[in-house]
Design a protein around this ligand. Sequence first.
Ligand SMILES: [Zn+2]
Length: 256
Amino acid sequence: MTALTIELVPAFDDNYIFLAYDREDGVAAVVDPGDEAPVLKRLEALGLTLTHIFNTHHHFDHTGANLALKDRFGLTIAGPKNEADKIPGIDIELGEGDRFTFGSHEAQIFDVPGHTAGHIGWWFERDEALFIGDTLFALGCGRLFEGTPAQMWDAMSRLRQLPPQTKVYCAHEYTMGNAAFAVTVEPGNQDLLNRVEDIKKMRADNIPTVPTTIGLEAATNPFMRPDSPNLQQTIGLDGGDLVAIFAETRTRKDQF
Ligand SMILES: [Zn+2]
């Protein structure tokens, strides 16, 4: 049994597409392919043929290359059941509690509505990897285009219970902007302040801040920390309801 190999493929201005493959098993997936060209270039360098596309949600920068890649490779597309009508070429519809077998690997599927109504997360428990699209970002969370703060907080509170070493593959490099906001709502979090310094160095050297980990996000991401007394005091909702605190944090980020 080998571990899943996972690679980042930068696309557009700030998207990350991921390749997940196991040569022994003869499986290779691309996660959320918004653009075909960078994926093909990397596949050629690796000498890989795609067998699957995994989608997290329907936005075009995550699905735009679905049909072109399906035409080229005859691959299988698996994606969210609750917005299947918006996923080009979908073959396998997945939702909460489903398990997806990928060679000798297995993903558990979570429904994480909020950014879109049918958004799913893919958790490969044994490989300690989470493909989470635009739901959880390094120091941030997705905008609530189709869902409510209560739904998004429910997703965040579930994700933070995953093993802390779980690698989080989020689909955008938004970390510098998220960091600038995070320090305004939890200025007393020393772990956060230390991380922001690390992030500045990484970005100055053009190093991706993705993947992050569940443990790092639970300690520093304001959208996973509505129960932080420092955050609550800063936004003026001391001891308040966690959904209300999450919602106020999200609103402030929208206006930041
Ligand atoms: Zn999106």
